[in-house]
Design a protein around this ligand. Structure first.
Ligand code: IMP
Ligand code: MG
Length: 168
């Protein structure tokens, strides 16, 4: 099934420049960007290269026990290797849907003593289950299943350079 185009490569590129400019001015002394695998890997790599401040990179992988929707039962399948105690951490996520994943991660890293903010490329607010404040958001999208630019549907479509949605 071919995704229906939603955001073009150039729209994404422009948005990332804008986000990187804001993040760079908010973190003049640098930051640790922590990407949430797998979905955020492309966004993260473009974002960190557009920053104008020092940035260390790390990743987490979340095991969330879900069928079609997040259950909220979350654990880490891959932990970050960098020390984050008292560090400025920016969680980088592809999309926020129910918000359960990011809200759990935010709590996890805050408990470990990090100063945590979150940056997501896409925000899908219609199915939010928790009150989560997003510090940096690229685009707000409607309740579609979106793919491409790192986002998958059963591991397909991740390598598409644009973002589209799948017809129900
Ligand atoms: P949340 O815990 O419901 O906010 O789940 C967020 C995670 O679910 C994201 O990091 C994605 O991996 C996945 N996800 C949610 N919506 C979509 C979508 O439309 N396309 C692809 N993945 C999605
Ligand atoms: Mg994700």
């Amino acid at each position: 099934m071919k995704p229906i185009p939603l955001l073009t490569e150039s729209q994404i590129k422009e948005k990332i420049q804008e986000l990187a400019g804001i993040i760079s001015s908010d973190y003049p002394d640098g930051l640790i960007a922590i990407g949430v695998l797998k979905g955020a890997f492309i966004f993260m790599s473009d974002l960190v290269r557009a920053l104008q401040v020092p940035c260390n990179c790390d990743f987490v992988k979340v095991a969330s026990y879900k069928g079609k929707e997040s259950s909220g039962k979350i654990s880490l399948e891959l932990c970050p290797s960098l020390s984050i105690f008292k560090k400025k951490v920016l969680l980088v996520e592809d999309i926020v849907d129910t918000g359960l994943t990011l809200s759990w991660l935010k709590g996890y890293f805050s408990q470990k003593g990090a100063e945590v903010k979150v940056c997501c490329l896409l925000d899908k607010p219609s199915k939010r289950k928790v009150d989560l404040s997003l510090d940096y958001t690229g685009f707000v999208v409607e309740d579609h299943f979106v793919v491409g630019y790192g986002l998958d549907c059963d591991e397909e479509y991740r390598s598409l350079p644009y973002i589209g949605y799948l017809k129900e």
